[in-house]
Design a protein around this ligand. Sequence first.
Ligand SMILES: [Zn+2]
Length: 492
Amino acid sequence: MPKVMIIGLDGADLDIILKAKNELTNLYNLIKRSSYGYLRSTVPPITVPAWISMFTGKNPTKIGTLSFRKIVKTENGYTSIVARPTWRGEMIWDYLSLHGYRVAVINVPGTYPAWKVNGIMISGFPSPKISTYPPDLANKLPSDYVDTDVANVSKKLELIKQQTDKLVDLILLLAEKKFDLIVCVFRIVDVFLHHVSNLEDLIEAYKCIDKNIDNIINLIESYYDYLFIVSDHGSQEVRLKFYPNVWLNKEGYLHFKRKISKKEKIMYRIAEFLASKGLKSVVWSIFYYLQKCGSKSVRTSIAAKDILDNIDWSKTSAFAFGLSGVDSFELWIVDKNKKNEILKKIEAVKDNDGKKIVKNVFRIDELYDNCPKDFPDYIVQLNEGCLCVLGQGSNYISPATGFIHRRDGIFLAYGADIKENNHIGYTNITDLAPTILHLFDIPVPRDMDGKVIMEIFKNDSEIVKRKVKYESEKDKIKRSIYKIKNIKQKPD
Ligand SMILES: [Zn+2]
């Protein structure tokens, strides 16, 4: 059976790599020797659930969340809770573990706390503390090994570069131990993209990966058969911030219990001015410092979870939720009678130059089948260059610089049986999981939404000739028993 390595580059963008090909020569040369294309992410394209969709092969509706947090209805209105990881035991390394393959899983977002696998697992962002399987592995890791939390890294970009090198060393070590599957996610690009203002600075993050590519390729040639490089979403430059909750408030559809004070308004304006001048890391530092000092007004200004506490539900017809810093948000309609009116108006919102801000308003069931009841009514996707901020602000639009997530990430496959210099166009984020299972000839569960990406393999290869196996009822029962026996359902 094959040996497979999956390198996750959180937030990596194919177009940026192609644009910077003279600086990222190793990555570019690898692309030319691979089958590659765009990996179409979830909507909204957020780190969680995107990585979970990738490794379960399932859409967010089956994962049960569209973001790190999810909305719950209360007696008085709505609040949000941390999305619980119901996906434990459902990822490709669990299927491989069940079939006796040895796996090493490192830093995959959304995997805290780590669970039992046939091998090792170090859980990924967001994790309050290091969590490993087996548990004593945590003691063997370097003392400064931590997955970086985006909230406190504005001054620590150097540290993340060092951590990236350490992670590469870890992969080199693990590869020699001949695990059948190694999965490792590097967060550096996603962290940088939220903190830098120009392309040159963002490319610094890619360079940290680029300089290690040759070592990884040598590994593949010595011990492994296939290398996949994938990202959970791409990135794009921004020009404008849109504050949907501020807009809904201005239009009379959302009411706050406590209005922002003059002092806070001035603070937002200063922050927006600094950000528009490319001083994003200064703004992050100030906000992080104030937040650490417990300033409630700062928290509500940047965090959608806190803004919900400040909404007067008795007068509110709609609100926006999700994660600030991406190109789309959840739109929740509280008063269904106002639905058409709100949708019509939001589709028509324009910036100061008269350009439309909203690209698409998706009804959730247009995007995904079988939506749970606690999913939002709509997902609003903004036009290129527009980012949403879900907290409060002084105005509903303001200029912005830097980068945000976009839906199209990167997919790359390299190795034995893989076609070279083969642009496959688009593939779905849920397609990787069934493709890996097919490589190992493991039955693909019928409820996976993805399909095997056959077009990457050489036409005369055994992989193409071999039929994809699907799970029988017996296989499914075996898997359920494995899950009950080995994987604790509830996180700590
Ligand atoms: Zn991400």
